[in-house]
Design a protein around this ligand. Sequence first.
Ligand SMILES: NC(=O)c1ccc[n+]([C@@H]2O[C@H](COP(=O)([O-])OP(=O)(O)OC[C@H]3O[C@@H](n4cnc5c(N)ncnc54)[C@H](O)[C@@H]3O)[C@@H](O)[C@H]2O)c1
Length: 352
Amino acid sequence: MHILVTGSNGLIGSEAVEYFDRQGHSIVGVDNNMRREFFGPPGDTIWNLERLKRSTTSFRHYSLDIRDRTGVMALFEQNSFDFVIHCAAQPSHDKAKEIPLTDFEVNALGTLNMLEATRRHCPDGVFILMSTNKVYGDAPNEKPLRELPTRYDYAEGADFEGIDETCRIDRTLHSIFGASKVAADVMAQEYGRYFGMKVGVFRGGCLTGPAHSAVELHGFLSYLVKVAVSGQTYNIYGYKGKQVRDNIHSHDVIRAMEAFATNPRSGEVYNIGGGRANSVSILEAIDLVEQMTGRQINYVYHDQNRKGDHICYISDLRKFRSHYPNWLITRSLDCILEEIINAQMLQLASCG
Ligand SMILES: NC(=O)c1ccc[n+]([C@@H]2O[C@H](COP(=O)([O-])OP(=O)(O)OC[C@H]3O[C@@H](n4cnc5c(N)ncnc54)[C@H](O)[C@@H]3O)[C@@H](O)[C@H]2O)c1
C-alpha cells in the first residue's frame, strides 16, 4: 500500500510509520513540527523524525502544514494513497484555550483539508481520523461514581466496561480542544456516511508509548515518567489525584488501524483505549512509577481540577472488538511503563 501518515513525528504517527514500513509498504509522512510551537522546546519532535529516517526503508517526509490546502492538494495530486492515517493535531485540552483560532484551524480545518483531498484524489482509500474521548466533553462525569482509597470507579455494574460510543457529544463542557475535535470527528463521519467513503473515527483514551515528546500539557504517563527520572515536580489538578485514565500503547492503536483498514466500514466511530485492565488513577500511577524507578516523585496538589476534565474514563472496547475480534491489547500497563522508563533512562544517560 501507499500510505500517508500526518503527524508522522508524533507519538501515533511515528508508530504508524515504523509499523507499516516494516511490512514493506511505502509511507509518506507529513509533519511541520508544530508540537514545538505549541509546547516549546520539550515538545520538539525532530529527534523522532531523525530516528524514523534511520530506522525505515521506504519513508519520505514532508514538512507540510495541514492547514495549507494548496500544499495538501498538491501532495495528493502527486501521490495516490491507499490509506490515510490522520494524526496531526493540536492535541492538548488545556493549551487550546490560549490559541482557539489556531487550535480550530489545525484540528477542524486541517482535518477537512485531508478529507476533501482524499475524496478528490483517492476516494476508494481508507481514511482514519484519530479523534479523542474529549468529544464526549464532561458527559462521562454524569455516571454515578464511588470513591475508593486510591481511585474513583463507576458505581454501577452496567458501567463496568466503561464509556461506549452512545455517550452523547453535545450539551456538555468539552474544552476548546474538545469542541474543535468534535468538528473534525463529525465531519469525518459525514465523509463516511454522506460520501460513502471508508472512514473510521478512533476516539482515543490515553495513548502512550516511548515515542512521545512528553510535556506537562500532553502525554500523561510519559510526562509522569519524565518527571520521575529527571527529579522535577509533578502537578496534580483536583479530584484528590483519584481521576482514572485508561492507557493504550501506540503499537496497539496501530494494530487497531490495521484491522480497520483490512475490513473498513463507512463513517464508523470507535472508542480506543487501554480498557479497564490498563486503567490507573494518578495516585496509582505515581506509586507504580516510584516502585519501578526506585525514585520518589515530588508532587504538588492543586484543589482546582482542570476545566471539563474526566473523573473516571475507561474506554469500552466492546464495539471495536465485536467488529474486529482478532484485535486485542498486547501491552499491559506494567509493560508500557517499563518501556517508557527504559527509553527515558537511556535518553537521560545519553544527555550525560
Ligand atoms: N496522546 C493521547 O493521549 C491522545 C488521546 C486521544 C486522542 N489523541 C489524538 O491522537 C492524535 C495523535 O496524537 P499524538 O499523541 O500522537 O500527538 P503528537 O503531538 O505526539 O503528534 C501530533 C503531530 O502532529 C504535528 N502537527 C501538529 N500540527 C500540525 C500541522 N498543522 N501540520 C502538520 N503537522 C502538525 C505535530 O508536530 C506532532 O508531531 C491527535 O489527533 C490527538 O488529538 C491523542
